[in-house]
Design a protein around this ligand. Structure first.
Ligand code: COA
Length: 234
């Protein structure tokens, strides 16, 4: 990754404030102290509820879990990831989005792993992300992307995921980036992204993904498609 957060952007910055269930909340940069609680929220609830993780049963596969956790921890080092907390000091992390910037100049390394479960989980995301070339599609040199969105189940159902996604607008503006694009693997996150203004760029059914070897048994009872979705920052 060649992109570095400009030192002119203070860390942590509070990017977005909103109210949900009568409580004032904010979306801000993930501080050092929030890294562990944020990773633990992802480990506990993303691995349990994100449809590909759920239906492949990642919790039975420690080595695939370790790969996913490492992806999050490595990406968090880019200092672009955000958390949602109550808008007062010392509040617990209730939502996370692990963010990074991909640039046209990044060295393309084909995804490879000996781990059969991780090959399916990340291989599917890699496959969908290649469904369209965001650089060419939008004529941009870089864009903001993500590898994990989660909201604590106790706080789900009140639009927090949408607000977390909306925080990407001021982040992109501060970074001078014109587009954010992400593979949304879940019907719930696709609905949330649509509400935040994201558009479908590439869609593939889980049936077709299974035909390519990315099999998540039973996933279609929850989610029919995996989607690359994008939002242009105006
Ligand atoms: C995705 C997630 C962050 C959304 O949480 P949230 O912001 O609280 O979302 P909400 O519950 O407020 O809204 C979800 C919307 O999706 C809809 N939805 C939920 N499950 C759905 C499904 N299986 N099919 C279609 N729509 C669904 C809901 O009806 C709701 O829309 P509505 O407000 O019009 O009723 C949360 O579900 C989560 O943490 N999931 C586990 C991890 C995950 O899957 N992450 C996304 C990976 S890309």
């Amino acid at each position: 990754m060649v992109f570095h957060r400009p030192s002119s952007i203070p860390h942590p910055t509070i990017w977005h404030r909103f109210t949900a269930r009568g409580t004032k909340l904010r979306v801000q940069d993930m501080t050092e102290e929030q890294v562990e609680p944020a990773v633990q929220l992802l480990v506990k609830y993303f691995m349990q509820d994100e449809p590909p993780c759920k239906y492949i049963g990642i919790q039975k596969y420690p080595s695939a879990q370790a790969h996913l956790e490492k992806l999050w921890r490595d990406t968090i080092k880019d200092k672009l990831s955000i958390v949602c907390v109550e808008d007062k000091p010392g509040s617990p992390v209730i939502g996370v989005n692990v963010l990074t910037v991909v640039s046209k100049d990044d060295k393309e390394e084909p995804f490879q792993t000996d781990d059969k479960i991780w090959a399916k989980l990340f291989g599917a995301v890699d496959c969908v992300s290649r469904g369209a070339d965001i650089f060419t599609h939008y004529g941009v040199e870089d864009y903001l992307t993500a590898f994990g969105l989660v909201v604590d189940p106790a706080w789900r159902g009140c639009g927090i995921g949408k607000e977390i996604l909306l925080a990407r607008k001021p982040i992109c503006k501060a970074l001078g980036i014109k587009v954010t694009a992400t593979v949304f693997t879940a019907a719930a996150s696709q609905a949330v992204a649509q509400k935040a203004g994201f558009q479908d760029i590439f869609t593939i059914t889980y049936e077709d993904l299974a035909g390519k070897g990315f099999v998540f048994p039973g996933i279609e009872e929850d989610t029919k498609h995996s989607k690359l979705m994008a939002l242009v920052i105006l």
